[in-house]
Design a protein around this ligand. Structure first.
Ligand code: IMP
Length: 427
């Protein structure tokens, strides 16, 4: 039995979808445990791309059980659309279990996200406008609507009316917009019950039973460490906890039951949305990396900001997630560059430091100190780690030494086959 957590070690979009897909054959369960449709995991299957937003990537493998744990916020119409889209990949009905405890992202959450971002003007977070922040805010305020509420129609109607009474004051008097009526929303959501009911299950109980039966479980993180509500670059963060500890909070699996925590990082760095990014490359090389790496948001299509790998932040990610190993992705994107740089320290408030400031919001005041490496002209040709091109080996060795963690997975194209794996990682 193994339990494996895959988390983003940067600002999301690190290629977690591919890493999960590579590990999936050895797993029995694949679990998503936080975030919502702000995520976008791209998986390549027979040359066809599938973009997951809500479904765990395991849904393309009907022999695995996919789980949506209580920590997620669910846009129900979108989930049903994604389930339908699976059909074109030959999956008629996913092997999916959803916790009735998940909170729903309601239409007013999405509208609030959009209007509030506009109201913030220059201080906008740059959210995906998927209603994530407002849905988690209602969860914390104890006015959220959970999937289970749909099965108590009178209570559901009452809760919705109560919530809309508040939201409509905001729509009308803060944002100068039209109010949203209660009844059509009640009907729209009650209509979806039939389609979702077959998937509902006590997922906490299910996972504990799986552990007792020595099953392998993979927890699929979304976004990345630096977008964590507490440990990220607040306020330029998402509204869920993206670090590994969220597994304990959100799935019913205990902290002592986790075996491996794999942090995924690109060989460079990207960020989408606002907020500090010390190693950002504006123009020239940044544009080159964006186009070579197809760095456009899977959810919003926005161009991603690109820059060099930042080992100060990778060390931080290793610490706050308690990483047991690293996966480095998109090595192919840097191919052809003469020189590759990596940030190893910062100059901050007149001194040199190996650690980021306690308040990551101050990252904008940090000036990176770089080490340079020769680039590579080719990617690995065999599955042997030792036969990888020398400049790649040098680069990866340096990352391992600096972060003091083994790199167990190297990925150099979106295709599952183009991956090197250290044998010690096998389940
Ligand atoms: P939200 O999660 O939509 O509220 O957005 C908050 C911040 O997280 C913004 O900077 C988004 O661009 C970023 N974000 C949210 N989800 C993802 C993701 O899956 N990949 C990368 N960035 C994300």
């Amino acid at each position: 039995m193994t339990t494996t957590v895959v988390v983003g070690a940067q600002w999301g979009d690190e290629g977690k979808g591919k890493v999960v897909d590579v590990l999936a054959p050895e797993m029995d369960f694949i679990v998503r445990y936080h975030g919502g449709s702000n995520a976008g995991h791209t998986v390549l299957r027979n040359g066809q791309e599938f973009k997951f937003h809500l479904l765990p990537s395991g849904c393309l493998r009907p022999e695995k059980i996919s789980v949506i744990a209580p920590g997620m916020v669910l846009d129900l119409p979108l989930l049903l659309e994604e389930i339908e889209a699976l059909e074109s990949f030959g999956v008629e009905k996913p092997n999916l279990r959803i916790s009735p405890k998940v909170h729903l992202v309601m239409p007013y959450h999405k509208r609030l996200d959009e209007l509030e971002e506009a109201r913030r003007g220059e201080r906008a977070v740059g959210t995906t406008k998927r209603g994530i922040g407002p849905a988690y805010a209602d969860r914390a305020a104890r006015t959220g609507i959970r999937l289970s509420d749909l099965f108590h129609p009178d209570e559901f109607r009452e809760k919705l009316a109560f919530n809309l009474a508040e939201k409509n004051v905001l729509f009308q008097h803060l944002y100068g917009e039209n109010p949203m009526p209660v009844e059509p929303m009640v009907e729209e959501y009650l209509r979806m019950r039939e389609a979702i009911e077959p998937y509902m299950a006590d997922t906490g109980h299910l996972l504990q039973q799986a552990l007792r039966e020595n099953k392998n479980i993979l927890f699929e993180g979304a976004q990345g460490t630096l977008l964590d509500l507490e440990y990220g670059t607040y306020p330029y963060v998402t509204s869920s906890h993206t670090i590994s500890a969220a597994v304990g909070l959100s799935t019913g699996v205990g902290l002592r039951q986790i075996d491996r925590i794999i942090g995924v990082s690109k060989a460079y760095a990207t960020r989408v949305g606002g907020g500090p990014f010390p190693t950002e490359l504006v123009g020239g090389l940044g544009d080159h990396i964006r186009s070579a790496g197809k760095e456009y948001g899977a959810t919003t299509g926005r161009p991603r900001r690109c820059g060099w790998l930042d080992l100060v932040l990778l060390r931080y990610a290793a610490r706050v997630n308690d990483l047991t190993s690293l996966a480095i992705t998109k090595l192919d994107v840097l191919r052809g560059l003469e020189k590759i740089q990596v940030a190893v320290a910062y100059r901050y408030q007149g001194r040199i430091t190996q650690d980021p400031p306690e308040d990551l919001g101050r990252l904008s005041e940090c000036e990176p100190i770089y080490e340079s490496f020769p680039g590579w002209s080719e990617v690995p040709k065999t599955e042997q780690w030792e036969e990888a091109p020398e400049p790649i080996q040098k680069y990866i060795d340096f990352v391992q030494r600096e972060v003091a963690i083994t790199v167990d997975i190297l990925s150099y194209s979106p295709a599952p086959a183009d991956t090197l794996r250290n044998s010690r990682l096998k389940a």
